[in-house]
Design a protein around this ligand. Structure first.
Ligand SMILES: [Zn+2]
Length: 293
């Protein structure tokens, strides 16, 4: 942990010393939209990030990712999975006048079920290893350790009451039913996770869902086909980059932010360099695309 912090400090220092942050803002971000990806940040951490961002950047909703800008960097705030802790962020969204998009798994919100990777079974079996198994194998393995994805007990997602309170200030969109790795599902499960996840969320919200986020950023042409067929207008990947009117709406790029990033590390992450290096290490290519399996 200490070694990781030290490495982060060295990298962040390098980025600011050589002014990569300013250069990248000028060259790559400039008139584009950075879609920032969070999961479950603490309110005070997110407050610090948004305060820093506001000094040079405008906030836009995700629906405006392809709209022309006014020469200032823009950012859309997205949070994946619908963790129960997201409810505590509402005062921060209101304070900064940000309308974020929360991508929800329809079966892990509004009922007392547990996101599979938060269950002790996933930790015992190894979360990263589980992601690479076929979906049937993953569920079988989790089952051996006592996890059933539809089992009700301790809930880890937003409740219907919390969703209702947040609704005037937050854009809720779809992130499948049970958050499998879609590329490890057979055709039927993949299609169902995408289309039924959409309809279940729509009946809960009473509004249409137009935006999708690929769980763990895993997708192929097949997933894009199902996403289009379900009626989504955009889909967000975990591929690194900024967006504008020329972006493929079904391959929106993002900048993954660590939920617990101190402001100096957040500023470094906004350059994309830390994520680029992480993907380079795991995917062994220079594309800035997240590892696929
Ligand atoms: Zn997710």
């Amino acid at each position: 942990m200490i070694a990781k912090r030290t490495l982060q400090r060295v990298l962040a220092r390098g980025i600011t010393t050589f002014r990569f942050d300013r250069a990248l803002r000028q060259l790559l971000w400039r008139d584009r939209v950075a879609v920032l990806l969070y999961h479950d940040p603490r309110p005070d951490t997110l407050d610090d990030h948004l305060t820093y961002l506001k000094s040079f950047c405008d906030f836009v909703p995700l629906s405006q990712v392809a709209s022309p800008g006014n020469g200032r960097p823009r950012a859309a705030i997205t949070l994946d999975d619908g963790a129960v802790g997201n409810a505590d962020l509402l005062p921060v969204f209101i304070k900064h006048n940000v309308r974020p998009t929360l991508f929800l798994c329809s079966q892990f919100v509004g009922r007392p079920t547990m996101h599979w990777w938060l269950h002790p079974a996933a930790k015992l079996a190894g979360i990263e290893r589980l992601k690479r198994l076929s979906n049937v194998e993953r569920l079988a393995e989790l089952g051996k350790y006592g996890y059933q994805q539809a089992h009700e007990g301790e809930g880890t997602g937003l409740t219907t009451a919390q969703i209702e309170t947040m609704r005037p200030f937050v854009d809720f969109q779809a992130h499948t039913r049970f958050h499998p790795i879609l590329t490890r599902c057979d055709d039927r499960d993949c299609e169902e996770e995408i289309s039924v996840g959409k309809s279940e969320l729509e009946s809960m919200l009473g509004t249409e869902c137009e935006h999708f986020a690929y769980p763990n950023g895993n997708f192929t042409e097949r997933e894009i086909r199902f996403v289009k067929a379900a009626g989504f207008k955009t889909a967000r990947t975990c591929n690194l980059g900024w967006n504008d009117s020329r972006s493929d709406p079904y391959r929106l790029k993002t900048i993954v932010i660590d939920d617990d990033a101190a402001v100096w590390w957040f500023a470094a992450q906004l350059t994309g360099i830390p994520v680029f290096l992480r993907y380079l290490r795991h995917a062994h290519n220079f594309s800035g695309n997240s590892p696929q399996f």
